[in-house]
Design a protein around this ligand. Sequence first.
Ligand SMILES: O=C1O[C@H]([C@@H](O)CO)C(O)=C1O
Length: 597
Amino acid sequence: MAKVADKPFVFPKPFLVFFVLSMISGFGITLSEAGFPKIRHYKWEVEYMFWSPDCVENIVMGINGQFPGPTIRANAGDIVVVELTNKLHTEGVVIHWHGILQRGTPWADGTASISQCAINPGETFTYRFVVDKAGTYFYHGHLGMQRSAGLYGSLIVDPEEGKNEPFHYDEEINLLLSDWWHQSVHKQEVGLSSKPMRWIGEPQSILINGRGQFNCSIAAKYNKSLTQCELKGGEQCAPFVLHVRPNKTYRIRIASTTALASLNFAIGSHRLIVVEADGNYVQPFLASDIDIYSGESYSVLITTNQSPSENYWVSIGVRARQPKTPPALTVLNYLPNSVSKLPISPPPETPDWEDFDRSKRFTYGIFAAMGSPKPPVRYNRRIFLLNTQNQMNGFVKWSINNVSLALPPTPYLAAMRFGLHTAFDQNPPPERFPVDYDIFNPPQNPNTITGNGVYRFNLGETVDVILQNANMLKDNTSEIHPWHLHGHDFWVLGYGEGKFSAAVDEKKLNLKNPPLRNTVVIFPYGWTAIRFVADNPGVWAFHCHIEPHLHMGMGVVFAEGVHKVGMIPTKALACGGTAKTLINNNPPKKIPRKRNP
Ligand SMILES: O=C1O[C@H]([C@@H](O)CO)C(O)=C1O
């Protein structure tokens, strides 16, 4: 394993002036008024490695020999630079910085075929972007199903130096949640795109900071079907313990990068105060547990005011799909108690997976903190996106308005910037679906088409999206989908049951204090309304964050103001049609023929 720096190298102040000035001229980044930002420089190598995330040896995608990858930590306004070298032998790679808006740097969004070309084996690509807002974020692979293969890590942004969070806490603990399969991701991918489709099934384990236990439990006393895990603490699958001291306030950051699972987080005997969601402050509220969907993040505050002689269970169970995976467990360890002193009461029970009314009560009760930016009162454009599971020549697909997204070989950002009209379908996909579409039954005509058209917005216009859920191919089934938008936060204006009806539902939309987020769910047979301002020049993915669903086409592409995008780094362009353009503009020099003497 090559040894490379995984600690950020912080440039001393005098160097910053030079660097920042060169960044401004080259990348259109503006300075924050408070002073010079820092540059957080990382050098990473991505490679497959043997690892035992849940005590069963497998291969994971690691960064610098770590799984999950190193945590990035920065202050708001800082510039993060990640020099990413692809050490995979046979695959490209990209990394998406989930929740980072990429203003002025849309080519650094890390979406293969959308913002950049995949980085080839052996090559290095430098991601350089500003983290402009404090919050709990994460990063992950965005090519094929590399997130499922373990390519992820945390990205934490503290307020600008000298500024405080709007709530008090003594210390913090960071948790990145994921789900894990024993079947290789390649096999999963092939299964999903085979005829008949082979579904990946439910995960074998839930991981907390990359650690879970398969086939044993650390609380076997309360789970008769599993034996007690015999772990010493140094194993890769030993639980990540939350060490706390009595009578303090802790901020627990929780982000979910699951491929499929919707999760519920609870700590025995402790109540949670929710204060942040997806990098935005929310009106604080008390909860016994929280639901967290793939792509979401929360911060909760807890006070360690319970009996100091005990430890307490932390339990993370599966909701919204059949819970065939045991909850992930770990311990809230009140120091100086020994970690091995197991809690005296059973772990908190995950609420019934099918109790969607309970899930809705939690999700509908999230509002923006006082003083948060408010949405424009009117929209310029409203599009309706119907989510359906379909068939295409016997293959199973997910479609939006009957179009299943199939990404083109030339990244959209480059294709649009260079005016390559043959790189993708120039006709935009449909903006609505038939008014008489029956969302409560399987699609009458299950056939779909694939497409790669783009929804183009005028720069600065206010866009509403109504996400509409529907019945799947099977009778009486409709699943939850968490939708994630790149390049923007959006306001969640509301949710409802059945089909959205402007006449009935318009007046129910919340324009007073809707939460700002980057990920939102649609509940079974329901709709969700979001609003955002298309003011970030670039091309942005908007998709279901369930990894196999995106793989099966469940996403769309948005674009705005691409003519305003600055110089795209050449390395982001060297594939597909833009590679040809680069070569045509700079043809290889003719080698002069040697004349015979
Ligand atoms: O895309 C999916 O496929 C399965 C099921 O519909 C077929 O097995 C499932 O639950 C999905 O979310």
